[in-house]
Design a protein around this ligand. Structure first.
Ligand code: ATP
Ligand code: MG
Ligand code: FE
Length: 336
């Protein structure tokens, strides 16, 4: 089965062609970061406009890089949400037009399911499994007993991890998106501040990073007020250590309680070097199978949407041409 997939939920315009949910024939990602940088974050209306300008070029390029014509495709898949509604609609309308013009089934895909299935681009998933999703808008622990079955066992009560990274980066004075910069700086620093580790109530798999974020911001302000120099790399390292400790501890507890065979880490923050190392060593100790996507499949891309779409195709989870973008889709009831 060969699926053309489209992703436009935020600030990358992406199209990929995937065979059997794992073999990448082409993967085109056009990032808009340069346009949003000067605003310190993604401006939704600017994002939509860029998607409109770029989408047909990206689809044509994905076809030509794969050396394919639309006739050879089995279906077209698209992110239906969650995401910026105007941005989603550009991809959805392109996918609808493509589906109608070439008489192909249209597969709506949950963006977070896509992030999880990015792991399938490298390795088969082994069930039951636990997936930790850490991205710009989500922080979730999900239990999967089989394909397309998602049970949320923990989630953030306030900020997403990526969001906390980006805010801390801004206070330190690093450019948007700040996650990768904090990651890089933190490799040069030490955990001198020993910020609190927000574990919440014993047994809870929920997360809360806004208090940690405030602790970092207050620390920097206090130093500034006293006219003292604060070592940015130590702030970055201290913040990152706290985040990594909490994510690792809760995830490893969940793995233990749910007796799973495979742990997946997914989403933009899965690109974080500290987090990758921490999971690699914890899973090695436990003899547990661990998957984390290659860096380019951690952040938004269409290959991951095609990977998830493969299973939706088999389930005949198809949409009609009245498909709409949805900002909130409960992943537990998605594709049920
Ligand atoms: P969502 O998937 O929740 O809708 P999104 O699509 O905007 O959100 P992603 O593209 O999955 O988010 O991830 C982007 C986030 O990942 C940003 O917050 C960015 O700072 C963060 N990020 C990327 N690389 C790293 C890194 N090395 N360390 C920490 N954070 C990182
Ligand atoms: Mg992005
Ligand atoms: Fe994403």
């Amino acid at each position: 089965k060969i699926i053309l997939s489209i992703e436009t939920s935020c600030d990358e315009t992406a199209c990929s062609i995937i065979k059997n949910g794992k073999e990448i024939l082409s993967n085109v990602v056009v990032s808009q970061i340069e346009s949003h940088k000067r605003f310190g974050g993604v401006v939704p209306e600017v994002a939509s406009r860029h998607h409109v300008e770029t989408i047909t070029l990206v689809i044509d390029q994905a076809l030509s890089e794969a050396g394919m014509t639309p006739r050879e495709l089995s279906a077209v898949a698209v992110t239906e949400g969650p995401g910026l509604i105007g941005a989603l609609l550009v991809g959805i309308n392109a996918a609808k037009a493509f589906s109608f013009a070439h008489d192909l089934p249209l597969i709506p895909v949950h963006h977070i399911a896509g992030h999880i299935y990015a792991n399938q681009l490298e390795e088969e998933l082994e069930f039951p499994l636990v997936a930790l999703i850490v991205s710009g808008g989500h922080t979730e622990l999900i239990y999967m007993k089989d394909h397309l079955s998602f049970e949320v066992i923990g989630e953030t009560r306030d900020d997403a991890v990526g969001e906390a990274y980006d805010k801390v980066a801004r206070v330190i004075g690093l450019p948007y998106p700040g996650g990768p910069h904090v990651d890089r700086l933190s490799a040069e620093g030490e955990d001198t501040f020993a910020f609190p580790r927000p574990y919440l109530e014993p047994g809870s798999y929920d997360f809360s990073f806004s208090g940690l974020k405030s602790a970092v911001i207050n620390t920097i302000h206090n130093y500034k007020q006293k006219g003292q120099e604060v070592k940015q790399e130590d702030v970055a390292r201290s913040f990152q250590e706290s985040v990594v400790d909490v994510l690792t501890k809760k995830t490893m507890d969940a793995v233990q309680q749910y007796e799973v065979n495979h742990l997946l880490v997914a989403g933009g923050v899965a690109a974080n070097r500290g987090l990758r190392q921490s999971f690699e060593s914890s899973c090695e100790k436990k003899g547990l199978k661990l998957s984390i996507p290659q860096l380019k499949f951690c952040t938004d891309n269409a290959a991951m949407i095609g990977a998830a779409a493969y299973h939706l195709y088999q389930k005949e989870h198809f949409a009609s041409l009245d498909l709409n973008g949805r900002n909130f889709i409960d992943i537990e009831s998605f594709a049920y």
